[in-house]
Design a protein around this ligand. Sequence first.
Ligand SMILES: C[S@@+](CC[C@H](N)C(=O)[O-])C[C@H]1O[C@@H](n2cnc3c(N)ncnc32)[C@H](O)[C@@H]1O
Length: 229
Amino acid sequence: MVLQRLAPEDFWIPGVHWAIEVVIIIILILFLWVCVCVRSIRYFWKFPMPAVMGNAIAAGPYRSRVQPPSMIIQALEVRSGMKIVEIGCGSGFYTIAVAKAIQPAGIVFAVDIQQGMLDKLKARMEKEGVENIIPVLADAEGHIPLDDGTADAVFSIAVLPEIPDPPRALLQVKRLLKDDGIYVNAELLLDPDFPLRKTVVKWAQQAGFTLKRQLGSFFRHVLVFIKES
Ligand SMILES: C[S@@+](CC[C@H](N)C(=O)[O-])C[C@H]1O[C@@H](n2cnc3c(N)ncnc32)[C@H](O)[C@@H]1O
């Protein structure tokens, strides 16, 4: 068999300028490199995402397309007047959407461990004219200063892998939930910390939750849990 030599132009996708392809390849390599570094560091040392990156991860069209707030709202089975707690609200991209969905009587208690993130949330609340959010500065693994059974629902997005002992934080979630309340957790593969669905289910089961239903896909899973009776 005689192998034909490839001409240089055969390496590239027809119709796409080679320079664009090189840039895409470089971005992909850099992204993979960041993922490997973050995962390796976080394996030994868990730390919250720095507050300076709060707005970057919430950046508009990309996030709302791949992990739309509507998925979370659907999973939360929102209705007006609900009391909802968000763990690790960050700069509030999802907090605002959920708060709007439960207006006028509903309240979101937005918990984050960093004051810098809560400041960004407050700026977003002002910009969007949303008032039914109460920022709460607390470590989800410690004591969250809210009463037992406060919440009809609790949710968290891309937070559990940043917490050193996720089942311990989920015990707090369980305490905050009403007996018939639901806990919703969402994760996205593009997050360097992305945990598999089975890992989140294992953490939740260790804290006494049962999986009720799942939305999304392998790449962007949304899991809904109820308290074990
Ligand atoms: C990757 S960001 C996600 C923010 C937001 N949920 C989103 O999806 O846009 C994780 C957030 O969880 C917060 N966080 C990390 N560890 C926490 C803890 N132990 N208690 C409360 N919040 C925590 C971080 O400060 C950060 O704002």
